[in-house]
Design a protein. Structure first.
Length: 150
């Protein structure tokens, strides 16, 4: 779960919406469904290994669960209403880092903006809007976007 936030900058809503069928290990990709659009993450070697390990662990722990979500807990695995993982669970996972999931996500996007300086790259990589991408590029490189004095 942490790799999806720290490397791919997914947010809590994205994580809660992920279904088991969204992960396609044979094609090495993960489909993130967002309102009105889909964002495809092509899995790097590290993320692929983490996802593969999670699928094996998920099946080992809950081999007969009918919960369709990719990320489940011992409670959501047996929930007959197919509940999603809670925000509290995410907070517990990230608490030892001393950072919030939102902070890690923002730092990842900002780091990429420092390196690349290209809003289109940010839009494709993270599935963010053009306005959001421009805000990150502006924050990362204020000298390039500062208004000239009159």
């Amino acid at each position: 779960m942490m790799v999806l936030v720290c490397v791919h900058a997914l947010n809590g809503t994205d994580l809660r919406r992920l279904l088991l069928t969204d992960l396609d290990l044979s094609r090495e990709r993960l489909v993130v469904r967002r309102p009105g659009k889909r964002h495809i993450i092509y899995l790097d070697e590290f993320t692929y290994r983490c996802a593969s390990d999670w699928i094996r662990e998920r099946h080992r722990r809950w081999p007969v669960t009918s919960n369709p979500h990719l990320l489940i807990t011992r409670w959501s695995a047996v929930d007959t209403t197919h509940s999603v993982i809670s925000g509290t669970t995410f907070n517990k996972v990230f608490r030892p880092t001393g950072l919030t999931m939102t902070t890690l996500r923002q730092d990842r996007i900002r780091d990429e903006a420092f390196e690349v300086e290209d809003p289109l790259h940010l839009m494709r990589l993270f599935g963010i809007s053009s306005d959001t991408a421009m805000r990150y590029v502006t924050a990362a490189h204020p000298e390039r976007t500062a208004k000239l004095p009159r």
